[in-house]
Design a protein around this ligand. Sequence first.
Ligand code: ATP
Length: 236
Amino acid sequence: MTALDVRGLVAGYGGDPVLDGVDVHVGDGEVVALLGGNGAGKTTLLRAVTGLLPAAGRVTLGDEVLTGLPTEERVRRGLAHVPEGRGVVTELTVDENLRLGGLWRHDAAGLTAAVAEQYERFEPLARRRSAFGHQLSGGERQMLALARALVARPRVLLLDEPSLGLAPQVVLSILGTLRTLCDETGLTVLLAEQNAAGALSVADRGLVLQLGAVVADRPALVLADDTTLRHAYLGF
Ligand code: ATP
C-alpha cells in the first residue's frame, strides 16, 4: 500500500523551478533514500512535501490528499519532517524539545506517554533529559531531532541529511538506529542524503535526483552494486 505519493511536483525559489515535475512513490514501511549531489533539490523536495515551500503537483499521504494544506495540517495527518540542521531548540532542555514534538496534541497524558516511549527507545536521551540543546553533541542532537519527530507518531518521516557534520562512527550509529526503528515499528521513511553509501546501506530503495528530475529508481542493493550508476550520479 502507498504511504506517500508525490506526482508532478514543481517547486523552486522564483525563476526556473528547482524541481520540474518530480514523481516519488514510497510504499508502507519502506525506507527510501533520496540521493543526489549538492544542490540537486533534495531539501527543496522535502520542504515542498511538508508544505514549507509552495509547490504545484499532488501530494498524497495514504489515501488523503495533502495538496494545499498548511504544514500543521500535514503533520496532524501523519507527516513528520526532521530538517537539515536538525532544528533542535538550543535554549530548551531535551525534555522540552521532545514535548514540542507533540505541541499540537491536546491531551497531556498522551503527550507524556509519547515522550516516555522515546526515552525508552533512545536511552542516551533519557540520561540527558535535563541538558540544554546547546550542551548536546552533534549525534545527540540528531537523535533528539528524530525522537521529537516521533513524538507526533507519524506515519511517514522525512529526514533531511541526518549524517551531515557527524563523525563516521556516529553516522553508522544513527542510520543503524533508524533501520531498527523502521523494522520494529513499520515506520515509512524518505531519507535525503548526500552520503549515498551510508543511506543505501539502510534503505530498501534509492532514488537519484539530478537537475530537477528523478534519473534513477532502483532497489538499494542494486544501486549500491551498479558501478556505472554510482560513478555517474553518486560519486562513490
Ligand atoms: P544539499 O545536499 O546541499 O542540501 P539539496 O539537494 O538539498 O542540496 P537544495 O537545497 O534543495 O539541494 O537546493 C536546490 C537548488 O535550490 C540549489 O541550486 C540551491 O542553490 C537553490 N536554493 C536552495 N534554497 C534556496 C533559497 N532559499 N533561495 C534560493 N535558492 C535556493
